[in-house]
Each structure stands twice: as structure tokens, then as C-alpha cells.
Design a protein around this ligand. Sequence first.
Ligand code: HEC
Length: 122
Amino acid sequence: MHIILFISLLFTGYVYANESFISSDEYAKMLYKNPRGIGCHKCHGEHGEGKEISSYISGNNKISLIAPRINNLSIKRFRKALEKGKRLMPEYFLTDVEKVYLYYYLTKQKKKGVEFAKNNKK
Ligand code: HEC
């Protein structure tokens, strides 16, 4: 329930962070790039559109290591992914509020970087 409260707070536009007022947008972007660990954008791309982390050739095949698109998920799926261990993705220790900010940032990025997402559908 408190998640809904935070989401509505978010849309009022401001958050108190680092002893100064910055906008929700600035805070959310900062968190995406610096979430107390490796930045999400390094693997998932600037806008959460997904990205090729690395690739190698095996025989005649190119094997790509892809971080999936994350700017079009339900909040439930998004939070769940950050709660349980993943294969490649590092574990983060984010608070519920931080997860909501990340989700908020990403949904606003949805229309950007769609090219990659289109070409790398699962
Ligand atoms: C080292 C690369 C890497 C970083 C950094 C990373 N991820 Fe991921 N993420 C992945 C990969 C790869 C997957 C696919 C599952 C797996 O193999 O772990 C994934 C899966 C996810 C999923 C689930 C997607 C789905 O379709 O259900 C979400 C949500 C997600 N990441 C969000 C984030 C957020 C938010 C951050 C920053 C706090 C982040 N990731 C940082 C590599 C990364």
C-alpha cells in the first residue's frame, strides 16, 4: 500500500535528497546510473532499452550476451527481478522507494532507444 503513496509523492515532482532539493527526475536518473553498485545503464542501456553486454563466436554462431529491455515491465515484475538472485545481474540492496524511483525513471524512457529493443526481442 505504501508504494502507491510513494508513487503519488513522486508525481508531485520533488524529493529531498543529499541535503538539497532536486527534482524527482534528477534523483531517479542519478539512481539509475549510480545505485550503490554498477550502474544499471552499463548493462541495460541509457534508457533501459536493453543492450548487448558482450559477444563471442562459437563455431559459425555469434553468441550474444544481452541485458534485456527493462523500460516496459509491470512494476510487479520489475520489483521481483530486483529482489531475487539472477544469473548474470549483480544483486542490489535497494529500498522499496529506490525501486519505485528506478521504475518511474524507466517508464519515462520507454519511447527512447526502441530501435535496440525492436531488434532484440526475446
Ligand atoms: C552486469 C550487468 C547488469 C547490471 C549492472 C544490471 N543488470 Fe539487470 N539484468 C541483467 C541481465 C543479464 C538480466 C537477465 C537475467 C540474468 O541473466 O541475470 C537482467 C535482468 C533484469 C530485470 C528483469 C527483466 C525481466 O524481463 O524480467 C530487471 C527488472 C533488471 N535487470 C533491472 C536492473 C536495474 C534496475 C539495475 C540497476 C539497479 C540493473 N538491472 C543492473 C544485467 C544487469
